[in-house]
Design a protein around this ligand. Sequence first.
Ligand SMILES: [Zn+2]
Ligand SMILES: [Zn+2]
Length: 257
Amino acid sequence: MIEISKTENILFFIFNNIEYKCIIDACSNPLCHCKSIHLLFIKKSDENSEQIKFHLNLKTRKIEEKRKPEEKYKLFADTFLSELAEYDYSELENIHYNMKMHYTENSDDTKLKIKFDWMDIEYEQTLIVYNQILRYGVPLFFDFENIKYRIWDYYCLNTRCTCTEIIVALNDYYKGNIIFSDIKFDLKKNYWDTSSVSPKSKNIDNLIKALKCKYPVEIFLHRYRKLKTLYYYYLKRNKNFSKIYPGLLEKIKIVNI
Ligand SMILES: [Zn+2]
Ligand SMILES: [Zn+2]
């Protein structure tokens, strides 16, 4: 029998009439898409007893060959897998997703090796979408007048640009199509500018009021600083950038707000 506690990221499993507590963890690399969860079982009645460890891949629903349990615990692991129902897998998927989000939002951005299309950022002023760079970054949702929106936030990372503005687009969460685009948000002034929003709508200011309530400027500042830091360290690793712009990185501040 398996019982999963989503709030604590643990599960309970009974094997040979002995109850085990299992601590669930996920692969902590925000850039890795392996869908592996790490399981560590301990006897509930004796927490100092030997631990049983293995990794389970939620995509293949198999034990990771490189992280399989000790041979003597093979039956234990096989029994555990055979008892996992469809419902349990979806619970584990949720836990995995939430943990990946946690690891992503709390990562050491000086070490995370993300690649950027720096030529586009520097020459074309291409804006960067937070959730496209960080797949497990927290997705932003928002309800207004019976419509569920997905917020896409675009950031300017150009090293020579001093703007503090981001561009926001609101999509229909279910259908995926853009409903409003070109909403500007100045992070320094904490000012939403809807003058160039497309399409024009009388209701946009009320919508923005509700959005501001749910997502204060700090949320976007966190995302802005994170992307700026990631990009800065990417450029530091990129020798071509330093060749074209010698000494520039030493001059710029990672974050200007
Ligand atoms: Zn991984
Ligand atoms: Zn800019």
